[in-house]
Structures are given as structure tokens and as C-alpha cells.
Design a protein around this ligand. Structure first.
Ligand code: SAM
Length: 260
């Protein structure tokens, strides 16, 4: 397919294609793709994962920015009449929930250059999705899943785990991609929680985590001082560092910031 449509991978578009049918089937299975749901696929490229989602009976709406991929994707869709809708657009500019009624699941081998901005955007609309099964650089997947007490635990861990349960699916070796990226990848499934782990306003939680992890070597007493927050007053040990603090405590700090 890649050769026939002359789809030379472009670095600027984060193009590392997956051609291993076992692997694409495994991702589609992890995503829970089936006849009773719509899979919103971001960056289908030449359509390897798209085909696996269609093979499981899902309706697929695929958003691809690279016009060169569209003819290949139309071929994939022709084998499953009426089940593949192609949207030629930048995923950052698309209102995904407006594309299909629920239940919807996001499934994507994400372009690494826009993976985090896309994720942060979807966090603002988690109620719209049953799940998000996403391939990231392994290092990003480590951060999403990390608990307190380690280097990988950071802002992204707190913001994501506040709203979603995070399940590590499996790692994917560089050699599985064409062309191989420089680093290992990992598939992760995020399942939105029925309600956030603890009450907080997202804007306040963003401010608190930015202050705390922005100076992660400092004790909370010092890193939170610019926000006028005193961890001691909330029963939080002020000599702890950001990486020691569970999500619920960050939520308490966010509420205190709003109260102040
Ligand atoms: N899903 C395919 C696969 O697994 O082989 C391709 C994955 S490749 C890592 C990322 C894909 O996202 C590419 O096809 C690229 O053109 C597309 N892409 C990059 N930036 C995008 C954007 N802003 N919106 C939509 N698609 C984008």
C-alpha cells in the first residue's frame, strides 16, 4: 500500500507506520473495538490500524492531515462499505465529539509531535469517550501511568489520573515501525472516571501542579509560596516535594487556591 501510493514517510508529520497485522489487531482488541461503537482514529496514515478496527466490525471515523494518504484509505474503506468516514483535517482543529453519537472511543498511533497537545485537549472532554487507546513514546506512557515517589511522576500524571484510569497495554519495539523511530513506544488505555478522583477546578489544578513540579527539587513549602499556599494548613507535610504528593492532595491545594 505504501509503495503503491508512494507514501514516503515525513518526519514533520510524525509518520512512523505500523505494518504488522498482529500488532494492529492487538491494538484494536485493547481498544475494545467492535460493532457497537464508533472508533475515532487520529492519523490513520496508510490505514494499517484502520483496517484492524474495521475487521473487528467497528464504524471508523478517521482524521488525517496528509492528503497523500487519502487514496490508500479509500481502498481500505472500499473493503468495508459504509463503515469508514475519512476526514481530511488537522486533528487539533476538529471537534471530535460532534462527528459521531456515543458510544465513541479514540484509537490512535499518535503523531509524536502533537500527541501531548491532543491529549490535553481530550482531557477537557473526557465525558465524551468510553476510552482512549493511544500509542505514545514509552517515556510519555511512563509519565501517564506513574504514581508518586519517582522521577516519571509529574504534571501530566496528575492531570490525567485525576480524570482517567490509566492501563498500560504493551510496549512496541522500534523495529515494528516503518521507518523505525529513535525510541520505544507504548500503548496505553485511558478510561475516563465517572467523576474526577477528587473535586478541583482544572485551571487551579494546572496552576498548582505547574508551581510544584516547575521547581520539583524544592520542598512544597517553598515551591507553593508564590501562590500564597501553605501546605501545613491543609495537613500536607510542607517538607515533601511535588513528586511525593498524591493526586488527591494536589486537588486539595487547588481548592485552597480557589478559596483564597
Ligand atoms: N496510524 C498509522 C499507522 O499506525 O501506521 C499512522 C501513524 S503515524 C505515527 C501518525 C499519523 O498522523 C500520520 O499518518 C500523520 O500524517 C498523521 N498526522 C500528523 N499530524 C496530524 C494532525 N495534526 N492531524 C491529523 N493527523 C495527523
Amino acid at each position: 500500500m505504501i509503495a503503491r501510493h508512494v507514501l514516503r514517510a515525513r518526519n514533520s508529520l510524525g509518520q512512523n507506520f505500523l505494518l504488522d497485522l498482529n500488532l494492529t489487531a492487538r491494538i484494536a482488541r485493547a481498544a475494545g473495538a467492535g460493532p457497537d461503537m464508533t472508533a475515532l482514529e487520529i492519523g490513520p496514515g496508510p490505514g494499517g490500524l484502520t483496517r484492524a478496527l474495521l475487521d473487528r466490525g467497528a464504524a471508523v471515523i478517521a482524521v488525517e492531515t496528509d492528503v497523500r494518504c487519502l487514496a490508500a484509505l479509500e481502498e481500505v474503506g472500499a473493503a468495508h462499505p459504509g463503515r469508514l468516514t475519512l476526514i481530511h483535517a488537522d486533528a487539533l482543529a476538529v471537534d471530535l465529539p460532534a462527528l459521531a453519537p456515543p458510544p465513541r472511543r479514540i484509537v490512535a498511533n499518535l503523531p509524536y509531535n502533537v500527541a501531548t497537545p491532543l491529549l490535553l485537549r481530550w482531557l477537557g472532554e473526557t465525558g465524551a469517550y468510553e476510552s482512549l487507546t493511544l500509542m505514545f513514546q514509552k517515556e510519555v506512557a511512563d509519565r501517564l501511568a506513574a504514581g508518586p515517589g519517582g522521577k516519571a511522576y509529574g504534571r501530566l500524571s496528575v492531570l490525567v489520573q485525576w480524570l482517567c484510569e490509566v492501563r498500560r497495554e504493551f510496549n512496541v519495539d522500534r523495529a515494528a515501525f516503518t521507518p523505525p523511530p529513535r525510541i520505544m513506544s507504548s500503548v496505553v488505555t485511558l478510561t475516563p472516571r465517572p467523576r474526577p478522583l477528587a473535586p478541583a477546578r482544572r485551571g487551579a489544578l494546572e496552576k498548582v501542579t505547574q508551581a510544584a513540579f516547575g521547581q520539583r527539587r524544592k520542598m512544597l513549602r517553598a515551591s507553593l509560596r508564590p501562590l500564597g499556599l501553605d501546605p501545613d494548613a491543609l495537613g500536607i507535610v510542607p517538607t515533601l516535594r511535588a513528586e511525593d504528593l498524591p493526586v488527591e492532595d494536589f486537588c486539595a491545594l487547588a481548592r485552597a487556591l480557589d478559596d483564597a
